[in-house]
Design a protein around this ligand. Structure first.
Ligand SMILES: [Zn+2]
Length: 284
């Protein structure tokens, strides 16, 4: 009996320490990150394109005389705000929602767009989607290859990349007239990636190569972080090449990791070290 009491006391102490550590992790790393994520900034790029940064994944609203394309629907209050904006812009026009991938911070607002076409990459399958993002956000149309849509004097290409990079069915949206790419979470601006599920560090490198070979990109809306130019892809390409090198060459590891000390990160899950580890695990 005495022994049991002792064990219980120890267990209580261990649980308290774990809770304190967990709470500390939340306060120090997660809370500032979540707060930052909630800040929303609207950029009127031109009369037919509105870019909405933050509030979950970055979004875009592209208009023509008859159609409004919404790229990613955000989460929580920001999803409702984006929806209100889309409603005001679209009026009675048809709405096509495009999801760059199935993570909840990019598809949380899907449920608001009743009557709209909601399009996402086909590789997830219905069950895979529901498991990751829930039934409420389920798309009603799946894209297995590519869709080109005439939007006034522009053509907007929606491409299911579909080769495991950030996920197994990343979708890119490219405006030919503007030479502007929505990269989803395959391209982030000064933020480390989260590589999980079917995501592959090497897949990112292949995706950057694919994008630079097939598209003339001058402007980039990343999945998270500020809107920018072609350097946003170039920087992310360099980051991944650096982490691949760091995984292979211990003598350069520290210097390469330190290069990205100023980037948005969360220890263990979203950090240069985590990316390096992903390269190590994938092998050659
Ligand atoms: Zn994501």
């Amino acid at each position: 009996m005495k022994k049991l009491k002792k064990v219980a006391k120890w267990l209580g102490l261990v649980m308290l320490v774990v809770a304190l550590l967990g709470g500390g992790f939340y306060m120090i790393y997660l809370r500032p990150f979540i707060q930052k994520m909630k800040v929303v900034q609207t950029i009127q790029y031109d009369k037919d394109l509105t870019i909405v940064i933050g509030g979950g994944g970055n979004s875009g609203i592209i208009t023509s005389d008859s159609l409004v394309i919404v790229v990613d629907t955000k989460m929580d209050e920001a999803a409702q705000e984006l929806y209100n904006k889309v409603k005001a812009i679209a009026g009675n026009k048809a709405v096509l929602v495009v999801n760059t991938h199935f993570h909840p911070d990019h598809v949380g607002g899907n449920k608001l767009y009743s009557g709209a076409t909601v399009l996402a990459g086909a590789n997830y399958g219905k069950e895979g989607w529901i498991k990751e993002a829930g039934e409420q956000s389920l798309p009603n149309k799946w894209l297995s290859e590519r869709l080109d849509i005439k939007m006034g004097d522009d053509t907007v290409s929606i491409i299911n990349y579909g080769k495991n990079a950030h996920t197994e069915s990343d979708v890119f949206v490219y405006s030919h007239k503007r030479k502007l790419l929505f990269g989803g979470d395959v391209i982030l601006n000064k933020q480390c990636p989260i590589i999980m599920g079917k995501g592959r560090a090497r897949g990112y490198l292949e995706a950057f190569n694919y994008l630079q070979t097939n598209f003339d990109i001058k402007h980039v809306v990343p999945g998270h972080g500020e809107f920018g130019g072609a350097e946003v892809i170039e920087d992310y390409y360099t980051y991944f090449k650096d982490m691949k090198l760091a995984a292979a060459d211990a003598s350069q590891k520290d210097a390469l990791l330190n290069k990205y000390a100023g980037w948005n990160s969360i220890p263990f899950v979203m950090s240069p070290k985590a990316t390096l580890k992903a390269f190590g695990k994938e092998g050659e």
